[in-house]
Design a protein around this ligand. Structure first.
Ligand code: PGA
Length: 250
């Protein structure tokens, strides 16, 4: 338990349809008020409609990636300035699916985080080890390396990011890190942030990886877990709302 306000972020990944999204957002809006901050990170084409659907609420929205470049001949890329224009409060950067399937390395992730902050969009920077790395005892080294690139690149602005610890082996697998396992890594990340910025005690570190209504509360009750980044369970209003309620209660 801590005094930081919790944040619950839905990561829709490449799911959704105009009709389905409208129903999902309606369900979340109807469940307000929440005692935590709530946001959804949606596929790019749905940003405009999401902005309209949530404009009158205190719910926030964002994207799942952005370019490290400001503008230019980068076919297929979307800039942080564009996200800002659509009212995005957040952008996920360095998700393990982008690291694994799109070859994104630590420095590129850090550059994306920097580009986002330069446009007033808060980056949610994902770090996390694979199962092989965990079994080899490399968890600490891996997450520290991933976070250190971002801390170094953001320098005095580092305190403005949100960090998300997402063990790769827990994403979409139904295999959640135990609250103790998650807390242990969160504490390491907090210590790393503390060494870099005096604002670290107020920074949010989210947990992600098979968070569900029935395990959210125990995870969110850990001293260094400040909410969640929710994949599969963010696609059903009832589940997502239940997770937000768990954050309210911790
Ligand atoms: P999951 O995904 O909740 O479906 O495991 C989390 C994420 O990848 O952000």
């Amino acid at each position: 338990m801590n005094t930081r306000r919790k944040l619950v972020v839905g990561n829709w990944k490449m799911h959704g349809s105009r009709k389905g999204n409208a129903e999902l957002l309606e369900g979340i809006v109807a469940a307000r008020p929440f005692g935590c901050d709530v946001a959804v990170c949606v596929p790019f084409p749905y940003l405009a409609e999401t902005a309209v659907a949530l404009a009158a609420s205190d719910l926030r929205w964002g994207a799942q990636d952005c370019s490290a470049h400001e503008q230019g001949a980068y076919t297929g890329e979307v800039s942080a300035a564009m996200l800002h224009e659509f009212g995005c409060r957040y952008v996920i950067v360095g998700h393990s699916e982008r690291r694994a399937y799109h070859g994104e390395g630590d420095q590129l992730v850090a550059d994306k985080a920097k580009a986002a902050l330069a446009r007033g969009v808060t980056p949610i920077v994902c770090v996390g080890e694979t199962l092989a790395q965990r079994e080899a005892g490399e968890t600490e080294a891996v997450v520290k390396r991933q976070l250190s690139a971002v801390i170094h690149t953001l320098a005095h602005c580092a305190s403005e990011m949100v960090v998300a610890y997402e063990p790769v082996w827990a994403i979409g697998t139904g295999r959640t890190a135990t609250p103790g396992q998650a807390q242990q890594v969160h504490a390491l990340l907090r210590a790393q942030l503390l060494a870099a910025t005096p604002h670290a005690p107020g920074m949010k570190i989210l947990y992600g990886g098979s968070v569900k209504p029935d395990n959210a509360r125990e995870l969110f009750a850990q001293p260094d877990i400040d909410g969640g980044l929710i994949g599969g369970a963010s696609l059903k209003a009832a589940d997502f709302v239940a997770i937000c309620r768990a954050a309210d209660a911790t």
